[in-house]
Design a protein around this ligand. Structure first.
Ligand code: UDP
Length: 498
């Protein structure tokens, strides 16, 4: 089938690693099901992904076009070459809002240039809401891709989706979120940061979330990176919110085929050295420590965590990312160790430190790794589940607090030791939690449950599994859309069943 015979889907992705990575996995999956996919991102991210993508998509002959947009100059924006959330200085909230807006004009110009290859569907990241107007303008449909889980999305929607209905109330020391499938969900003060509840429109982060959540139902359907068996109650809640429009859970999204060493960025360690080190450890004895792509710990936080890890006497692989605000690009490893780690830490040889990007899936899938210390970004959470690895959690911001609640209280596959971006870990608590997961009876039970969810996750993406069938239903829908004309394309009642 040549490109013109395939339904063309334009994926408008959000320029952050936690969004662009699963979006790329989804793009490859869709392209492997006879869709032509244009992956729309910023010029900076496109450059970063190009090298990593070309090899694998060429090998699989996938029909994916990587489109790097240059933000419109009319809007206040970011320095050239830094158009990715992980490259921004901390606290750049207001700029981010205009930066996302600045991608709309170049995207619409690109659509105009497509001629007969005009997309049948704009597959928009949940966090990009101007695609509502773009879809209207071009008479095409907008389908949302939610890279976060169903629970996190449900709670965000309850708080920010409608400012007129009162879904959140305080009760003593707790915060109750009402209306999630008719049952109230109870949060502690720590799990529900005060800032989220203030709905202060002067706060750019809050304004951002309100805009996105209020545009959530303005779509034709929604794809979610989770699987039916993991969050059935919250998926049902999202279905109710969509009011009969289709919702397809298609996760966990991982690279097609094999565990890729290079995912998102090139790893800052040789795979050979890493695997050799892991091979030398006993099964399930190592804790992998990483807080995603956007959380940079301060010296004080890093030192406290280092002391707790040492006290646990468990080997660790630790991916440390330092903020571009505080460290110059020229700093060498010795300087980094001296300013971030306790004296003599490296010489005591308790673990392996990766200064920068870790090949996360390679690490999590190694049999020596028995726990994942994580900020509970949704991708990291799903990846841990897919590998059957229980978690030690430190949620930092956004829906990470809700993901940690899901992991520790509902799924029973982890324990939380710290919270908030500016939290300082208590060394004793770090030691207790690491030992709990790696070498206690409670930890063994967590691992059994994690392995159960791993089996369900694998089944969902296997032949006949729920995510496989959902993906196929979406793909079939795109083929039907391509074969019908004009107004029928955007009719609400269009039947997308398999
Ligand atoms: N990741 C990685 N190496 C790292 C840090 C992160 O491969 O050193 C990947 C990780 O596997 C996940 C994504 O980057 O797929 C991070 O997404 P997540 O939602 O967990 O966190 P975020 O970066 O959005 O806070």
């Amino acid at each position: 089938m040549n490109t013109l015979q395939k339904p063309h889907v334009a994926m408008v992705t959000f320029p952050a690693m936690g969004h662009s990575i699963p979006s790329l996995d989804l793009a490859k999956l869709l392209a492997s099901h006879s869709l032509a996919v244009s992956y729309i991102t910023t010029h900076t991210i496109a450059q970063r992904l190009r090298g990593l993508m070309d090899k694998s998509s060429q090998a699989a002959a996938l029909d994916i076009q990587l489109v790097g947009l240059n933000p419109s100059k009319a809007i206040q924006c970011l320095p050239e070459g830094q158009e990715s959330m992980d490259l921004l200085p901390q606290k750049s909230g207001p700029i981010v809002l205009s930066f996302i807006e600045s991608l709309r004009d170049p995207f619409e110009r690109w659509v105009e240039e497509q001629g007969i290859r005009r997309p049948v569907c704009i597959l928009s990241d949940l966090f990009i809401d101007w695609t509502v107007q773009s879809a209207e303008r071009f008479g095409t449909i907008r389908v949302i891709f939610a890279p976060c889980g169903a629970f996190g999305t449900s709670v965000f929607h309850a708080i920010f989706g409608s400012i007129t209905t009162n879904t959140v109330r305080k009760e003593g020391d707790s915060v109750i979120v009402d209306g999630i499938l008719l049952s109230a969900v109870k949060f502690t003060k720590e799990q529900m940061p005060e800032r989220l509840l203030q709905l202060d429109q002067a706060d750019p982060g809050i304004r951002f979330l309100m805009g996105k959540m209020q545009s959530m139902s303005k779509c034709w359907g929604m794809l979610v990176n989770t699987f039916d068996e993991l969050e059935p109650r919250y998926l049902q809640h999202l279905k109710n919110l969509l009011n009969g429009k289709p919702l397809w859970s298609v996760g966990p999204l991982v690279p097609l085929g094999c565990i890729a060493n290079q995912r998102g960025k090139a790893a800052d360690i040789s795979e050979h050295k890493l695997v050799q080190w892991l091979d030398s450890k006993s099964p399930c004895s190592v804790i992998y420590v990483s807080f995603g792509s956007q959380a940079f710990l301060s010296q004080e936080q890093t030192q406290a965590l280092a002391r707790g890890l040492e006290a646990s006497h468990q080997p660790f692989v630790w991916s440390i990312k330092v903020s571009p605000d505080t460290v110059s690009a020229e700093s060498n490893q010795e300087e980094l160790c001296a300013s971030y780690l306790p004296e003599g830490f490296m010489e005591r040889d308790n673990g392996l430190v990766i200064w920068g990007w870790a090949p996360q899936l390679v690490i999590l899938s190694h049999p020596s790794v028995g726990a994942f210390m994580s900020h509970c970004g949704w991708n990291s959470t799903l990846e841990s589940i897919l590998m059957g690895v229980p978690m030690v959690t430190w949620p930092m911001f956004g829906e990470q607090h809700f993901n940690s609640k899901l992991v520790t209280e509902e799924l029973g596959i982890g324990v939380q030791f710290c919270q908030h971006m500016d939290g300082i870990p208590c060394e004793d608590r770090v030691e207790i939690c690491v030992r709990c997961v790696l070498s206690s009876e409670e930890g063994t039970d967590m691992r059994k449950r994690a392995v159960k969810y791993q089996r369900l996750a694998k089944e969902s993406v296997g032949g006949g599994g729920s995510s496989t069938l959902n993906l196929q239903a979406f793909v079939n829908g795109m083929h039907k859309l391509m074969n019908c004309n004009g107004e029928d394309r955007i009719g609400d009642g269009y039947d997308l069943s398999v």
